[in-house]
Write a new protein. Structure first.
Length: 333
């Protein structure tokens, strides 16, 4: 079976963004011949048996053309459905975008949602018979468990594009570190991630608060270094106003890192009792949670083990592989 993997991104993202990388690997592991397309013009409909599309936003064109060529399509990702804090929430889009997305969901052969929250919401509200749930997955062999942690080391992954750093509550995290400093609680927060248009603002905020000894803004890092920080940090921080899944948080959990996060979007489904879930991103609540966790090494170790077990049980790569195999297997000749 010939599959075209289509995602309208810079080609480099396909080797950097974990969920794109994993799906390409899984399709190849399942024995399919996989072609890559990042532009509509790169899709060869005649030679493809199935077009595997990431995101509904721009799926309508390949779905319509595939229909003409009598080819199958699947679409996967999240909608940002009923998430008031997400700037690209489905209901904030223009009517023409919403129409195109809805047409895509009805015309494609399979909609594969990575969020159970969204799957349940859309199942209840849209009349679709082609809806499937298959969550993001973690390569548990790569993101290995480690119980040895560096003292008072906090780690956070965040792309510093302005909308994203607001979503990830980075200003509130800095406020929380300020509270800890004022209480004479010594911590070292490492913030990693691609530099965006909010990077300089965050850098200036750290300087203005005189938190240079407490916070290091290190920019984009390799996957190897990301895993290293996740395996060594005392606490992984991921407060957020919305999460379609929370992949970095799940990666940290796989490494056994105790996680502090917020009850937003898919978070509760991913974490359950294997982490600390706050009601919101309020700085004092976040600072208190960090302080409390730092004082309880046995509890940290317990939830780190629970976190690893949770990922092994619910989100291993083998699960996504089996689910895609079953869905795509319906369309094999």
């Amino acid at each position: 079976m010939n599959i075209t993997f289509f995602c309208r991104v810079n080609k480099t993202a396909l080797s950097v963004v974990e969920f794109y990388k994993q799906d390409i690997e899984i399709l190849k592991e399942l024995g399919y011949s996989v072609s890559i397309a990042t532009k509509w013009s790169e899709i060869n409909y005649r030679k493809s048996d199935l077009i595997f599309i990431w995101w509904w936003t721009y799926a309508i064109i390949p779905v319509l053309i595939a229909k003409i060529f009598r080819k199958k399509t699947t679409i996967t990702g999240t909608f940002n459905y009923r998430c008031p804090y997400a700037e690209n929430d489905y209901f904030r889009r223009s009517w023409i975008q919403r129409l195109a997305i809805k047409m895509s969901t009805k015309m494609t052969d399979a909609n594969i949602l990575v969020s159970k929250y969204e799957y349940q919401s859309i199942s209840d509200e849209w009349s679709l018979k082609n809806l499937y749930y298959s969550p993001h997955c973690i390569d548990i062999e790569k993101y290995q468990y480690n119980s040895t942690r560096r003292k008072n080391l906090l780690f956070l992954m965040c792309w510093t594009e302005a909308p994203n750093l607001r979503r990830k509550c980075l200003p509130e995290v800095i406020d929380a570190i300020q509270i800890l400093k004022n209480k004479s609680i010594s911590v070292q927060l490492i913030i990693a991630g691609r530099k965006g248009n909010g990077y300089q603002m965050i850098r200036e905020l750290i300087k203005e608060r005189e938190l240079g000894d407490f916070i290091s803004l290190i920019g984009e890092i390799s996957e190897r270094d990301k895993i290293k920080w996740m395996q060594e940090c005392t606490i992984y921080l991921q407060p957020s106003k919305y999460e379609g899944f929370g992949l970095a948080m799940a990666e940290a959990m796989s490494c056994g890192a105790p996680v502090i996060t917020t009850d937003a979007g898919e978070v509760r489904q991913v974490v359950e009792d294997a982490g600390v879930i706050l009601s919101d991103c309020e700085p004092k609540e976040l600072a208190d949670a960090i302080d409390n966790l730092l004082q309880k090494p046995n509890y940290r170790e317990d939830i780190g083990k629970k976190a690893r077990n949770k990922i092994e049980k619910d989100f291993p790569k083998s699960r996504r592989r089996n689910e895609l195999k079953n869905i795509i297997g319906r369309y094999q000749k």
